[in-house]
Design a protein around this ligand. Sequence first.
Ligand SMILES: N[C@@H](CCC(=O)N[C@@H](CS)C(=O)NCC(=O)O)C(=O)O
Length: 207
Amino acid sequence: MKYFYSTETSSVPGLIAIEEAQIKCKLIETSKSKKVNIDLLESFNPLSQVGTLVLDDGSVLTQNLAILTYLADLAPASRLLPPSGERSRYDVLSWLAYSISDLQKPLGMGFRRKELTSSEAAQAEVLAFFTKMLERFLMRIERAAGDLRYVNGDDFTIADCHLFFTLKYIKVLLGGFDQFPMTATYFERLLDRPSVQRAISIKGDRR
Ligand SMILES: N[C@@H](CCC(=O)N[C@@H](CS)C(=O)NCC(=O)O)C(=O)O
């Protein structure tokens, strides 16, 4: 298997899952700014987006929801995702969908406000709009994180892999988690996880 990634992007959750479950996979770093491996990535994924997973049969899987579910199912002993039929599997998928859609989309819009308009006043309005949206959605995690070690209980799951990525950048956009103390503690716990530490320090290609 091959996994195309870029540092600091939403391909990091896949790296965390690969590290957590010790899955054998060639890692290929891509960078649009440095023009590294972009043609190769495009030959597998015409949208040229990361993460992109190429399976051993040559078929291609894109989108975190599918990639993370696939990786977790390759390593059931990791408990990154409970097995099919187990009630908690669907709770983990709910958290993962929440991170990918409710959090990642407003986050992306907040960061890309300068591409939406050149007016500084309009940019400030866009930022305020998406900040408010994120603060509303963060309440779900703030309530859950008070009682639990990881977002869905004691097991570290693929939802935590993705939430590490979204929370890292929400923290930057909001300027901290002052209004969200439980989320702040949960985020620090994710940051301490050895698989997360290994994933964020990966650079270059790895066989
Ligand atoms: N919904 C996709 C998002 C993938 C995505 O937006 N990837 C970004 C990096 S965060 C990317 O490759 N952007 C480059 C581009 O679109 O040209 C997923 O969950 O995998």
